[in-house]
Design a protein around this ligand. Structure first.
Ligand SMILES: *[C@@H]1O[C@H](CO)[C@@H](O)[C@H](O)[C@H]1NC(C)=O
Ligand SMILES: *[C@@H]1O[C@H](CO)[C@@H](O)[C@H](O)[C@H]1NC(C)=O
Ligand SMILES: *[C@@H]1O[C@H](CO)[C@@H](O)[C@H](O)[C@H]1NC(C)=O
Length: 598
């Protein structure tokens, strides 16, 4: 099994589906609003070119409270037959109604209403369609981010910053640009299931900037500058998700079985077998990197620098066995790169940047993948700074629709930074101590081996620290059919405690399902933040796990711990649904289970 290009047929299908979905959403929003208010619904139906139907309007009125006055107004003013002035007033009134209705779903209603009315009334040439409303919400948020960036640039000049702050300002600059870029994607995907992905990206980038800055006064100024922008992003997410719920209730489960078996087989042997079959040589590389000089380049960075600006399909780089001491960045302009090594313990990229030595966590990564569609196979990523050096990332991933197959991530604190967007890990070996899988991506780990190492004396281990900032974000970490165990150096009966996760941010979301959990994990399972931070707002769930550490009887009793997590809930976190794998993962040729194993 080797990576292949996204084939064009499935791409065309995807576009068709997207178009259909968009139509459905428009219909869907009419229905929602109809349910919320008969009056607004009537005008939306009018907008969409259908006849305002008395029966439907009445249904709406029966089911939900409605404003009898406006309901009447609608009947009195059919298809804009009266004078222009009257129409303008009517438009304005109805625009306001529509805005109010759509803003009901958000957490920051006032900001929502004022900005949407502002943005819509400035181009009041007709009544807004649901799509207009969504676009207006995105534009309002994106304009506000542009403002915030202008503001921050007055007090965050990298050139004149104190030496210590320079790198943190640099992180901010990078991620806020990433946020702008994600707003661009959002505009283009309004009405598609991808929208939540891009808006969540904006959310995570804004937060990453705030978190990066360590100096208190500057941090406060940045938080202030980004406040409204964050609220408007949250609003856009809320609106998007309320529209989506109407059109796509959890669909039929994708049960494309990879193997014919339905019971849990010995989890690792499957992948090992597949690994043996993996014929990496069937990929024909565009260039080869070899440390011994027998390739096109001797370093990965040189190979990336020499890449053409434009190319069709995938750009394939073979990295021959060797230990590469480099800090590699796949920039946002390097899309659809496939890198494959000679084995995750033979081809190794290594570094030792770390927080203790003054590098912001974000920049400690030995390897960073940003450009979309990045795929890696049979490569090891390392950060060798050691547990006493605090945060030291081996691999940071922002690449949307990225895949890691049979890779190895080795570090201690914060080994793997799943920063943003949709990510898929299969058959990987991930080791670390504190918060060693963290970030705000939507990341699914399948048949991975997750190994807890020996931390410093006074530390507690946490496998995950997912960082969802806002409850409308579509992000989370899913461990499916993985094995969680301890390194041999961490004695089983040592006093060191280990947990499945703790809240990186307030709405942290992590699901462990169909996995084998060793007794290294404490009976409580999960660790609270300082002062019980997050325990009511997180979303932590376990489903169908086995092993001595999987008993849930003595698990934490938090509001955020999902005691009643059923199969239909678990299905929402499978690769098919949670990261929309059907539309992009299947065509990569990577082995994947889109549904559940049990
Ligand atoms: C990367 O590949 C995807 C899928 O084939 C394609 O839609 C996209 O346009 C490509 N990106 C670039 C920048 O070439
Ligand atoms: C977003 O799109 C606008 C308009 O097309 C463009 O000018 C801008 O450079 C884009 N921003 C980013 C960060 O990609
Ligand atoms: C990369 O290799 C593929 C397959 O050999 C080829 O079709 C493609 O044109 C190459 N791309 C570049 C940029 O050289």
């Amino acid at each position: 099994m080797a990576f292949q290009d996204f084939d064009q047929i499935s791409e065309r299908r995807r576009l068709e589906r997207k178009q259909k979905l968009r139509q459905k959403i428009i219909i869907g929003v009419v229905i929602t609003i109809l349910l919320l208010s008969g009056a607004v619904a009537a005008f939306l139906i009018f907008l969409n070119g259908s006849q305002p139907d008395d029966t439907t309007t009445d249904d709406g009125a029966d089911n939900v409270e409605t404003n009898p006055d406006t309901g009447k107004t609608n009947k009195d003013n059919p298809s804009g037959a009266s004078n222009d002035k009257g129409n303008d007033d009517q438009n304005l009134l109805q625009t306001q109604k529509a805005v109010q209705t759509i803003c009901q779903t958000t957490d920051y209603k006032e900001t929502c209403e004022s900005r949407l009315e502002q943005s819509l009334s400035s181009k009041l040439s007709g009544l807004p369609s649901p799509d207009d409303l969504m676009q207006a919400a995105i534009s309002a948020a994106s304009d506000e981010l542009d403002n915030a960036i202008k503001q921050t640039s007055t007090f965050m000049k990298v050139e004149s910053a104190p030496e210590k702050q320079k790198p943190t300002f640099d992180v901010c600059k990078q991620v806020l640009e990433g946020a702008q870029n994600d707003f661009n994607h959002s505009r283009n995907s309004a009405g598609s299931t991808d929208l939540g992905n891009w808006l969540s990206g904006v959310m995570s980038y804004q937060q990453t900037c705030i978190d990066a800055v360590t100096e208190d006064a500057t941090k406060t100024s940045i938080e202030k500058a980004l406040k409204i922008s964050k609220e408007l992003t949250s609003n856009s997410l809320a609106i998007a998700s309320s529209l989506q719920k109407v059109v796509s209730p959890p669909t039929a489960t994708h049960r494309r079985l990879l193997t014919g078996r339905s019971a849990l087989p010995a989890w690792m042997t499957l992948d090992t077998r597949r690994l043996l079959k993996t014929d990496a040589t069937s990929l024909s590389p565009n260039v080869t990197v070899a440390k011994d000089g027998k390739g096109d380049f001797e370093t990965i960075t040189k190979a990336l620098e020499a890449m053409p600006d434009k190319y069709e399909g995938r750009y394939v780089i073979h990295i021959k066995k060797g230990v590469y001491e480099e800090n590699v960045v796949i920039t946002k302009d390097m899309a659809n790169i496939t890198m494959y090594g000679d084995g995750s313990q033979k081809t190794i990229v290594t570094g030792d940047k770390n927080f203790a030595d003054g590098v912001p966590t974000f920049l400690t990564a030995t390897f960073a993948a940003i450009g979309e569609g990045f795929m890696a196979q049979s490569i090891g990523f390392r950060n060798t700074a050691g547990p006493e050096k605090q945060q030291a990332v081996a691999l940071r991933v922002q690449s949307d629709r990225s895949v890691f197959l049979n890779c190895r991530m080795e570090g201690y604190q914060q080994t793997l930074y799943v920063q943003s967007h949709r990510q898929f890990y299969r058959g990987c070996y991930i080791m670390g101590t504190v918060d060693f899988i963290f970030g705000d991506a939507a990341a699914v780990f399948q048949t991975c081996e997750i190994v807890i190492r020996k931390p410093m004396k006074d530390q507690q281990n946490t496998v995950t620290a997912q960082g969802r900032v806002d409850k409308h974000e579509t992000t989370g970490i899913v461990l499916q059919k993985c094995k969680i165990s301890a390194d041999e150096l961490l004695e089983k009966k040592s006093k060191i405690e280990s947990y499945l996760g703790r809240p990186g941010k307030e709405y942290s979301r992590t699901i462990v399902m169909e996995s084998e959990i060793d007794d290294v994990i404490e009976p409580a399972g999960w660790l609270a933040g300082e002062g019980d931070f997050g325990i009511e707002t997180v979303y932590y769930a376990e489903y169908n796990n086995i092993g001595d550490g999987s008993r849930v009887k003595d698990r934490v009793k938090w509001g955020g711990y999902q005691k009643e997590f059923k199969k239909e809930d678990a299905m929402k976190y499978t690769a098919g649904q949670f990261i929309q794998g059907e539309s992009w993962l299947k065509s990569t040729g990577v082995p994947v289970r889109l549904g559940s194993y049990s």
